[in-house]
Every structure is written in structure tokens, then in C-alpha cells.
Design a protein around this ligand. Structure first.
Ligand code: TEU
Length: 568
């Protein structure tokens, strides 16, 4: 039975955020030449798939998640020839390429939107969401926006176009207008574009906020207000666009139009903020042919209060309850994706681990072991395999991310103190993930010969790929072992998951079982030694499969120690 499962059930994906990966031409911004130059790093690691964040032409308002041409490469990043070269080089090494598909919205500089904005009679007017002011109000009046929705990037989701007196919808920045998926021409254009990339040899797509493409709209075109947000004039519109009424229809149609009947081994992963386990079962049920797996956000929301900027400590029980539910919920139908880090999340070693000099390496490898031993497809975000940590941001000027900068402006103008906003940005800003990859100890960390677009973390002198490559005790070496283990051991890829010690505050433990074969995984997520054999007596007679630390006393799980043993 295992042999029939799709290839990606045994795969590990590596995410490249090209701006920050490797610069080959000295302009301080990473590019495709840089990716090509560092492919050995990926093969050494042993990953199966490269997910490339957007490299398409873009005004870069959201670092490429605002696309102005879906079928080209931004000269900032290189050329289409280099993309073709990348496909070929990856395939030659037995790896596959996943492109980022950002079609909930385009850039406001995409010719489609430029045409759409030209006036109410434009043939492309209906490709986006244009609406008159709220009935009884004049364009530009406070609160005249067609709905009260708050944007993911602060402020209203509507921007007025003074020329026509109508507003357009943007769930994200004003430079990211939402495409109108109700219009079949939009869907056909997206499908054609996807086929064009597959014809070039790419192996699939990571689909940006794909559960937001269907909006809850009445037959006569009205959208609904959401419940008011505390302390704000705006409301939460997510009920109108998260997993909207036609989402399954749109995804099934996309699969039919783009993938069905095509030869090859593809992978689709839908990024779905707010998705529940129950919904994910439906989205990833192979019988429905929608997407292969989804990115869910539950575990990366566990340290959020009223918003991501209201930071709380993570409670171990919450993490276990959440991961446990996802493992159980997708055990018989569907499939999990597994991640700590990506380009939107602060660095996990700082956020969930312990990045003090004493425990940084141990906590990075412990978190990695925990994640990689779950059932699902693990994603490694560039630099995570090196133990890269958050950046010591000093002032507002150090930040570049549109979400962070918009939040600062809105929060301060709403009366929050500049200091407290900055404190939150330091911990949660997406820029933490976006500082250049630390290749070596040289001044720009081997990332560029020019001035990096975001500063290199000063800790790169100690924490870098060159220093770790030949060190068997490094974070990098541990990632290599984890990835190899998944490839070698069917039980790691496919075994059933069972959570142990659900109420323990420091030890995260579980078993994986495939037929007669069973592994026990125990991770100490803290600085206090834990009595392993007392907590988990079955670990006593069990031989070690993989650990992150030399074992001094087998009966004790040391600070941030992770151990995988085979149950007799
Ligand atoms: O992100 C979707 C999303 O909702 C969040 O991750 C968001 O970026 C933010 O961090 C919430 O606080 C995707 C992309 O991954 C992100 O980089 C883009 O900015 C966003 O969509 C818009 O395309």
C-alpha cells in the first residue's frame, strides 16, 4: 500500500526567498544566478523540492507577492533562460521545482488592473472588485468604503479611485488588488498561465492565500460587513472570504483544467490562513482532486493574542493539542504539511526555542527533530538549517516589510506608544525571516559583494554555512540526518502518529507506528533535565535511532535534548 502513495509523502521541501538567498550580481538583492550557484547546498542537505518564492516582474511593494506579469522573470532576479536552467539543473539532481502562484490578487501595475482601472466600461472592469461608496455616502467620506473589512496589512480593504469615484478591493496592501474569481475569464487566464509554467517543466505550485479567492457575494453583487473589531471602526471580513462559497468548485476546476491528464509528478500546496482540520480534510482528500496539502496557521497563531502583534508565550499543551488534532484529523484522509519557519514568520529558534549562546544549537536541532518526525511533508525555510535567529532591530528605519511599516503607522496613529509597537515588531516582524542567508563569516556573509538590501545579522560570524558544513555536531548536519531518515525509514514518512504526555509542560513525546515497526520520539523543550525513563518507561530498552546530543545518562533527557528510539 505504501508503494502506491504519491512521491511527496516521502519528500522534504526547501523554501528559497530569492531576495535574501544569494546575490550573484552585486546589487545587494538575491537572484536566480545566486540560486543556481548554491544548488550544492540543497543537494548536500538532501531535499527533494525547491519552493521558489515569487521571481516575477513586480513593483516589489510586497517583495514580489504583488505581480505585474505572471509569465516572465523580473530583471531584478534574472531571466527566463535562467529559470529554464534552474528547472534543468534541479531535475538533473533529482529535485523538483515548485513555483509560487499568487492569484488572489495581482499588482496594481499589472496590465489587467491598469486596463480595469481605466473606467467602468473597461472590458476588464469586472476582473477586479469595483464597488460604489456605501449607499447614502459620498466617495471619500469616512466609512464610505463598500464594506467595513480590515486589510491584513492594516487599514480598510478598499481604496478609492478618484477618477471613477469607485473603490477597489484589496485584502492585502493597496498595491495588491483582488482578482474577481467570479469572472470565468479570470479563471481561464490563470489556468492558461499555470499550464504555460508546467509546459516549461516546473513541477507544481505553492498557492498564496488560495482559500481567499472565493468571496461571499449576493447574486446582485453585494458584499457583507463583518463583525466589528474591538477598538476599531473596521470589521473582520474573514467570514466573507476565508473558504468562501465557491472555493471547492474553483480548486477542482483548476485541477481539472491544469493538471488532469498531464503526464508527470506534480505537487500543489495551498496556503490557507484560518483553515480548520475539518476543512483541510476536504481540501486534501485525493478523491476530490483539489490540492495535495495545505499550509495551516494554527500552531503559528498560538503565541498571538488579539493580533500577531500582541505576543504571548507559547503553552506546550496548546501546541500538543493543536499538532495532535492535525495529525489525527489527516490520518485517514488527506495529508499534512509541517513547518516552523517561512518568509512570514519570525525565526523559530528565537520564537519557540532558546537562542541564548548555550542553547541555540540544541534548541534548533530539538525543534527540527520534533517537526521532522511528525507525519506530513516537512518544509525547511532558508537559513533554518543553519539555526538562523531573529535580527537585533534597533529602530523603525531598520524595517522594510510593508506589513510591519503599515502596522506601525496605523497603531501609532491609533494611540499606541511608538515604543510598544517597536517591541512587537522586533519579535514578530516578517523581516526577521528576510535577512540574508549566512553563507560564511565575511562582512556580507557571502551573500553579496555589494550592500545587502536588508542588513546581515551580526551573528553570521559564528552562525554560517561554511562553519557548519563539515561539523557533524552542527545544526546543518542534524538537518541532513533528519532528511535522510525520512528517506530511509518508511515509518518516518508514513507511520501512524500517537501523542504521549499531552499535559506535560516540557516534554513533547509521541510514537510513530508502521506495521511491526515503532519509533518513540521524546523532545525536552526546556532547560530542565527530565526523567525520561520515569516519564516514558518504554524508552528503557529501546535502541537509539537518532538524537541531537551525546547521551551522558540514558535515563535523563537533557536540556533541549531530542531522542528518537526504536521500540522493541
Ligand atoms: O501570506 C498570507 C498571510 O495571510 C500571512 O502570512 C500574512 O503575510 C501576514 O504575515 C499575517 O500577519 C501570503 C504570503 O506568504 C505573504 O508573504 C504575502 O505578503 C501575502 O500572502 C500576500 O500575498
Amino acid at each position: 500500500m505504501a508503494a502506491d502513495l504519491p512521491w511527496w509523502t516521502r519528500a522534504v521541501v526547501y523554501q528559497v526567498y530569492p531576495r535574501s538567498f544569494m546575490d550573484s550580481d552585486g546589487d545587494g538583492i538575491g537572484d536566480l544566478g545566486g540560486v543556481l550557484a548554491r544548488l550544492d547546498h540543497l543537494s548536500d542537505l538532501g531535499v527533494d523540492v525547491l519552493w521558489l518564492s515569487p521571481v516575477y516582474p513586480s513593483p516589489q511593494a510586497d517583495n514580489g507577492y504583488d505581480i505585474s506579469d505572471y509569465q516572465a522573470i523580473d530583471p531584478l532576479f534574472g531571466s527566463l533562460d535562467q529559470l529554464d536552467e534552474l528547472v534543468e539543473a534541479l531535475h538533473a539532481r533529482g529535485m523538483r521545482l515548485l513555483m509560487d502562484l499568487v492569484v488572489n490578487h495581482s499588482s496594481d501595475e499589472h496590465p489587467w488592473f491598469v486596463e480595469s482601472r481605466s473606467g467602468p466600461t473597461s472590458p476588464k472592469r469586472d476582473w477586479y472588485w469595483w464597488r460604489p461608496p456605501r449607499p447614502g455616502m459620498a466617495a471619500g467620506d469616512p466609512g464610505a468604503e463598500p464594506t467595513n473589512w480590515q486589510s491584513h496589512f492594516s487599514g480598510p480593504t478598499w481604496t478609492l479611485d478618484p477618477a471613477s469615484g469607485e473603490y477597489y478591493l484589496h485584502l492585502f496592501d493597496r498595491k495588491q488588488p483582488d482578482l474577481n474569481w467570479e469572472n470565468p475569464e479570470v479563471r481561464q487566464a490563470v489556468h492558461a498561465m499555470m499550464r504555460w509554467w508546467l509546459d516549461r517543466g516546473v513541477d507544481g505550485f505553492r498557492m498564496d492565500v488560495i482559500n481567499m479567492i472565493s468571496k461571499d457575494v449576493t447574486p446582485d453583487g453585494r458584499l457583507h460587513d463583518g463583525p466589528p473589531l474591538p477598538g476599531s471602526a473596521l470589521g473582520d471580513g474573514s467570514g466573507s472570504f476565508l473558504g468562501g462559497p465557491r472555493i471547492h468548485e474553483f480548486l477542482a476546476e483548476m485541477h481539472r483544467e491544469v493538471f488532469a491528464g498531464r503526464d508527470g509528478a506534480f505537487l500543489t500546496v495551498g496556503e490557507m490562513p484560518g483553515v480548520t482540520v475539518e476543512q483541510a480534510r476536504v481540501f486534501t482528500d485525493p478523491a476530490r482532486a483539489e490540492v495535495d496539502m495545505v499550509f495551516q496557521f494554527e500552531h503559528v497563531g498560538l503565541d498571538h493574542g488579539t493580533s500577531k502583534w500582541d505576543v504571548h508565550p507559547l503553552r506546550m499543551r496548546d501546541l500538543k493539542a493543536s499538532f495532535g488534532r492535525w495529525q489525527a484529523g489527516l490520518s485517514d484522509v488527506g495529508w499534512n504539511s509541517l513547518y516552523w519557519d517561512n518568509h512570514d514568520q519570525p525565526r523559530a529558534v528565537t520564537r519557540f526555542g532558546d537562542d541564548s549562546p548555550r542553547y541555540r544549537r540544541d534548541s534548533a536541532t530539538c525543534l527540527a527533530t520534533l517537526l521532522h518526525l511528525h507525519r506530513g511533508t516537512p518544509y525547511v525555510y532558508q537559513g533554518q538549517e543553519l539555526g538562523m535567529a531573529n535580527f537585533p532591530f534597533a529602530t523603525l528605519e531598520d524595517f522594510a516589510d510593508v506589513e510591519s511599516l503599515n502596522h506601525y503607522v496605523h497603531a501609532v496613529s491609533a494611540g499606541e506608544s511608538a515604543d510598544s509597537v517597536l517591541t512587537a515588531l522586533r519579535r514578530m516582524s516578517r523581516d526577521n525571516a528576510r535577512t540574508p542567508v549566512q553563507w560564511d563569516a565575511s562582512p556580507s556573509a557571502g551573500f553579496t559583494t555589494g550592500t545587502p538590501w536588508l542588513p546581515v545579522n551580526p551573528d553570521h560570524r559564528e552562525w554560517n554555512a561554511a562553519a557548519q558544513r563539515d561539523d557533524p555536531a552542527s545544526v546543518l548536519a542534524h538537518y541532513r540526518r533528519l532528511i535522510a531518515l525520512r528517506h530511509e525509514e518508511p515509518v518516518v514518512a508514513l507511520g501512524d502518529f500517537a501523542m504521549l504526555l499531552p499535559d506535560h509542560d516540557e516534554v513533547y513525546a509521541f510514537t510513530r507506528t508502521l506495521g511491526e515497526d515503532a519509533l518513540l520520539v521524546a523532545c525536552n523543550l526546556g532547560r530542565r533535565p527530565q526523567p525520561l525513563f520515569e516519564l516514558l518507561p518504554r524508552a528503557k530498552e529501546a535502541p537509539l535511532v537518532l538524537g541531537n546530543l551525546p547521551i551522558e545518562d540514558a535515563a535523563v533527557l537533557g536540556p533541549w535534548e531530542a531522542r528518537v528510539v526504536r521500540l522493541p
